[in-house]
Design a protein around this ligand. Structure first.
Ligand code: AMP
Length: 500
């Protein structure tokens, strides 16, 4: 999806999604795919789909809604075959068109293709125009279809590995893909490894998934992350896999926000357990900006791991850096907000009014935790500022003497073009306000964010290997109207594919 600077609209689809693929020896793939999609449901709630192949033909079922609603037992039964891929798609206001739901499937002269995509291309329009000029007809405005057509075209004239390599040389942006070419399942990760993708071993086959939690759900074992620029090809009989490093890059651009907010805490991404990263971020938050209060409490569920790390660090060292000794008393770590788990993600409410109402529906203070006390509320991020404004107000109304806010990420100042729906620049509260101005707006007694360096340290990565676009405004891919944080070459799509 091509978007330019300040003109990016919130109703443009941003493909924040979950992908999976399995290849099994002697068992239908549909159920394992269905369970894996359940494990990835947090990555997308708008639509769910599965494409399988039975050795002769492809079967597909894609439906709007949650995984549990999208399939009935008959649908799973009809998805025959031991190999297949699946997808859950994230909802964004205005992008409810079923033609964008995935896996995207096409049949062509040399077989069938199914494609599941997590990420966002920034040159999809260029590739689409060029393919359209050579006769390809498109049924959606999504970038996944562009990848599918490009790959199908290459497959007409070359083998699978070369075809994928040539498609990778033409598309620019972020992509973690699972692909079904007839009964062969592939996993591809973009050369900078922006979105996660991992490989797991099952008792009777192999699985590729956005997050390792999906592999756990299938009682499998995480083998490793798919490497940036790598193609993994699963054997159709589940007996093994081949791998090809198709593109080498000097650096990576792993999305730090996967660790901060998006991924499940029980997933291992790029060698780090997300829960432990969040706890580390919480510890650093205390070290950088700890404030002594009676109670430390998380915003459920997003702030929980951060708050536990923060409270642990607070019990070891005082805010002024002196070690605590026994008898100093401990900082109370308590639940001060109760979450109504039946309310969906507030973020996707199309209007500000609805978003405010949704926060109130979703969270209610626990009076005994906060009444008469000084409290620190911990959350992972502030995007528009809706949640924090409401929370500070709620907790004060419930009787808190002071309300301090600590945020486990740096201020989000710029939109994400690569797969996380982060609101437009104008909607981001930190895009044009200082931390002090934000504090005033949300009426907190104090507010502090985490530094970018602390994020890199907690992830055990250098800044140059992370995508920090939303907190620096500089991106690892060439987005029209934006600046880049490294040397990037956007492919010249009109040119013939680069030679091997
Ligand atoms: P806001 O209320 O707009 O400031 O959003 C911040 C809240 O939304 C925090 O509680 C985050 O946990 C959560 N959040 C952060 N990023 C996202 C996202 N991309 N999609 C949905 N929710 C998010």
């Amino acid at each position: 999806m091509e978007s330019g600077g300040d003109h990016a609209r919130s109703d443009e689809p941003r493909e924040k999604c979950g992908v999976v693929g399995v290849s099994l020896a002697d068992r239908a793939a549909a159920r394992p795919l269905y369970y894996a999609l359940y494990a990835l449901q947090h990555r997308g709630q708008e639509s769910a789909g599965i494409v399988t192949h039975d050795g002769f033909q492809q079967h597909s079922h894609v439906e709007r809604g949650l995984v549990g609603d999208a399939f009935d037992p008959g649908d799973l039964e009809a998805l025959s075959g031991n190999t297949g891929i699946g997808h859950v798609r994230y909802p964004t206001a205005g992008s409810l068109d079923k033609s964008c739901a995935q896996p995207f499937s096409v049949s062509f002269k040399s077989g069938s293709l199914g494609l599941s995509h997590n990420g966002n291309l920034v040159n999809a329009d260029e590739v689409r125009s060029e393919l359209a000029a050579s006769g390809h007809a498109f049924t959606s405005d999504g970038d996944t279809e562009v990848i599918a057509h490009d790959l199908a075209r290459n497959l007409l004239k070359e083998d699978l590995v070369r075809a994928v390599k040539h498609t990778m040389s033409r598309i620019h942006g972020s992509y973690s893909l699972t692909i079904a070419h007839d009964d062969t399942v592939l996993g591809v990760r973009d050369p900078l490894g922006n979105r996660p993708l991992c490989l797991g071993k099952l008792e009777d086959g192999y699985v590729l998934a956005s997050e390792s939690a999906a592999i756990d759900t299938l009682d499998g074992e995480l083998v490793r992350d798919v490497r940036p620029g790598e193609l993994v090809v699963l054997e159709p009989d589940g007996s093994g896999y081949d791998t090809y490093q198709l593109v080498e890059s000097e650096s990576t651009a792993h999305c730090f926000f996967e660790h901060v907010y998006f991924a499940r805490p029980d997933s291992v991404i790029d060698d780090s357990l997300v829960y432990e990263v969040r706890r580390k971020l919480g510890r650093k938050l205390w070290e950088e900006s700890g404030v002594e209060t009676d109670v430390v409490m998380p915003v459920p569920d997003s702030g929980r791991a951060f708050a536990s790390g923060y409270a642990d660090a607070a019990n070891e060292t005082a805010a002024d850096g002196t070690p605590r000794s026994e008898g100093d008393g401990s900082v109370e770590f308590a639940e001060g907000l109760m979450k109504n788990r039946y309310v969906g993600r507030t973020f996707i409410m199309p209007t500000q009014d609805e978003r405010e109402r949704a926060v109130r529906l979703k969270l209610n203070p626990i009076r005994s935790t906060v009444e008469g006390k000084t409290v620190t509320i911990i959350d992972d991020s502030i995007v528009r500022g809706t949640t924090s404004t409401q929370l500070v107000d709620l907790v004060r109304e419930a009787g808190a003497a002071e309300v301090h806010l600590r945020i486990g990420a740096p201020p989000i100042i710029a939109p994400c073009y690569f797969g996380i729906d982060m609101a437009t620049r104008e909607e981001l509260i930190a895009s044009d306000m200082s931390t002090e101005e934000i504090r005033e707006t949300i009426a907190a007694d104090s507010l502090a964010y985490l530094s970018i360096d602390a994020v890199a340290e907690a992830l055990d990565a250098s800044r140059a290997d992370l995508c920090l676009g939303c907190v620096t405004g500089e991106y690892p891919f060439d987005v029209e109207g934006e600046t880049t944080d490294r040397e990037v070459t956007r492919p010249q799509v009109g040119q013939p594919p680069a030679d091997d």
